[in-house]
Design a protein around this ligand. Sequence first.
Ligand code: BGC
Length: 476
Amino acid sequence: MKNEVPASCGDGRVTRKENSAGEGTEASAESCWKTAELPPALSAVGHLPLKLRHQILWVILIDKVASIVAYSRFENAEQFRVDGLCFLNSIIRRITTMRMLAQHTMIYLGLAVLPFLAGCTSSGPVVKRSYGTMPDGRIAKLYTLTNAHGLKATLTNYGAILVSLEVPDRAGKLADVTLGYDSLEGWLSSTSYFGATVGRYGNRIAKGKFVLDGKTFTLATNDGENHLHGGVKGFDKVFWDAKLVKRGGAAGVRFTRTSPDGEEGYPGKLKAAVTYLLTDNDELRVEFKATTDKPTIVNLVHHSYWNLTGDPNNTILDHELMLAADHLLPVDEGLIPTGELRPVKGTPFDFTQPAKIGARINAEDEQLKRGNGYDHCWVLRNQTGKVALAATLYDPSSGRAMDLLTDQPGIQFYSGNFLDGTVKAKGGVKYQFRTGLCLETQHYPDSPNKPDFPSVVLRPGEIYRHTMILRFSVKK
Ligand code: BGC
């Protein structure tokens, strides 16, 4: 466990401790980071291209000048007041006054939104706006981070979800490379964990039971007889507190929540945090941290589905994948690891060299049958607890490439085998079989019941940390 090193945001306040990779410092107070929080009706303005925003400003100004000219014309007309025209004139004046009122309102509104029209990014590369209302009346927020190259990550405090991530192809064209929904409602009823923060325990725990310090704990079961991704109401289905943060030149959002003792059956009050940072090196950093007041287990996981073509009508079968792993954790019928660490050499699970995902996915193989494709945890070569390259993903059609780095011992590669065209999502697209894939850095599934697997136990006074870095680039 690392020592916490306080940092300040320039005004003397201590705001942050060192991250898991021990890199840099960050200011987490909102006042340190200027944000553009807009009323819902105006929030759309911030997303207009800069040129268009300037055009809108010009229209408002020209309209104002025109109204002044018109007003003075009618004022002059008053000097020629003729009995018969009096009535007409008073109507015109009334209309004129109303018009002036409207004009002034427009001008003041224009001035109020001026900073945003002139460019939200100039007040900091984070835009925060309303995303919709929860059934209980709470307002979910949407945060958009933009980096120097135009990459754009959008997040929400509901489920600490990565809503979208826009990255360029080899022609510089931006497209969203994640699966998900257009509105809050989609995420509320989702069972796919698109882009979500999964917890307390990502992946499966057999029969929802484990023993810790001689005591048996029973968790909510939501995957047949097993516990999956934190249970019925996991971390993906709750509200998180959000704080805008900045580290170096990178803008980010830190989501925090306290999971009460006993939530979904887990012991201990767990204070959890997940920080997303979009750097100018075209990296999205996802950093998890947790502490507890009683011995417990924890395995927080980021669950984005990737489709680097940027068009979820395409499958991910032509993507080329490399996994820095020589062993696989074979599973039983319920996708629970058997405990064996099996070499991948000579099997369809060998991704030590980049290979097309579709090349061997339908091979005659018992493990592929059990997963209906790839749905397994690989044992990463790097077991040092330090961040290292774990996977590379490349889409030859668009040129988009993603390197994935982590300090975790395992990576779950799930080839979207449960996507079946029933989920209607972003842009009205129905996600078909294998149109998205997950690369989830994590501890091994069912670790609490496998004494030989690296421990997932967290005790009071200890700090759980997990770093995942997604680095984007293009190949010509
Ligand atoms: C699991 C799959 C599961 C999917 C959605 C993945 O992490 O490996 O088995 O279907 O999440 O829940």
